[in-house]
Write a protein that binds this ligand. Structure first.
Ligand SMILES: [Fe+2]
Length: 141
């Protein structure tokens, strides 16, 4: 069951970041499915591993973009990235230690809400800077 779907209203003006966001939504949906269908600790663990790695990869890429476009709220935005990374890493650690209830509905609701709120509010906020930079360099995507 797909729980989240990317739509154009989530676009931040960068094809690369939009693609990352689609992948993250997909991974959260996969995690949801793995839990719903009662997959083993190893299987769910491997989905969490991919999610943690992709979250880190994506955040670093997005932070580099914010530097490149001179986004003034960068520091505050980065702090919210570190907070989510810590939360997801902690969930992974607890899951690997055998705490099945760590991936209960609360965590899934938290992840879905965090992702949609973060993209819709925090990420969308830098869109004008992405567009301005694309206009300057003539390489809008
Ligand atoms: Fe972000």
């Amino acid at each position: 069951m797909a729980v989240l779907t990317w739509s154009e209203t989530y676009s931040v003006g960068s094809a690369m970041i939009d693609s990352d966001h689609r992948i993250l939504i997909n991974l959260i949906n996969q995690l949801h499915d793995a839990i719903e269908t009662g997959q083993s600790r190893a299987v769910v663990g491997s989905v969490i591993n991919v999610l943690v790695e992709y979250v880190e990869h994506h955040f670093h890429r997005e932070e580099a973009l914010m530097t490149q476009i001179g986004y003034p709220e960068r520091e505050q935005h980065i702090q919210s990235h570190r907070d989510l990374e810590n939360r997801v890493r902690e969930a992974r650690q607890r899951w690997m230690a055998g705490e099945r209830q760590v991936l209960d509905d609360d965590l899934m609701v938290f992840l879905k809400r965090w992702l949609t709120d973060h993209i819709l509010r925090a990420d969308i906020a830098y869109r004008p800077w992405v567009e301005a930079a694309a206009g300057t360099h003539g390489d809008a995507d």
